[in-house]
Design a protein around this ligand. Sequence first.
Ligand code: UDP
Length: 252
Amino acid sequence: MLTTPAPKPQTDTTKPVFRRALLKISGEGFCPPGGFGIHARELSAVAGEIDSVARLGVELAVVVGGGNLIRGASFSRELGIHLATADYMGMLGTVINALALQEALEALGHVTRVQSALTISRVCEPFIRRRCLTHMLKGRIVILAAGTGNPHVTTDSCAALRAAELQAEVLLKATKVDGVYDSDPARNAAARLLGDLTYDAVIDQRLRVMDVSAVDVCQQHKVPIIVFNLFRAGTMRRIFLGEPIGTRVGFP
Ligand code: UDP
């Protein structure tokens, strides 16, 4: 909260393998599996994971999804409203998640900023690349809300675009499973976790890493991707300490 100064996070002197990263947290990170809304336990777990990485001195921008509140495509179908309208509603959902995450991170002593691709000047800054970079260089965690600001795409595309323009050394895609599998692990107990992949393999085999267009942007701009399990405590920090965890795409 802004009113009470939070304790300053203690710096962890371990050297991270990535100095600047773009983290994509899906809306599902804010609620129990299959749930809806924002839940205290999940919110504080997500903030704790981000905290453990920020303490390493990593410059962090976090793109938040909104699937725990509204997914444009299904909302549009169910309510019979125009897809673009439903998508704007979905983008507003990501702003709600961003504000919750901001509070949770500030309670841990971090200085944060929320930047939105849709202008909502009373609650957050607009996304401005240079300003975002300045915040990151000053050690502030920047939470990027409202996706790209355009309907018909998802926050995965936003994550890829922002990773490229902010020159992130890696895009971390947090999921509820350990990485990318050769088939759906929820339906097939024999599904195999895939380790290192090329961008071409992901695109050609339509592996469910991120939207194909997002992977394409990462390939063009040489941003490697790591897909990992957000719900395994400590995983994010281990990734920044160089452990080959999850599925890694586009690493040499
Ligand atoms: N959305 C959009 N444009 C964007 C990002 C998001 O229209 O650039 C909308 C879209 O309706 C999407 C919703 O916001 O379904 C929530 O985002 P997303 O599905 O990516 O959230 P996640 O699955 O990561 O929780």
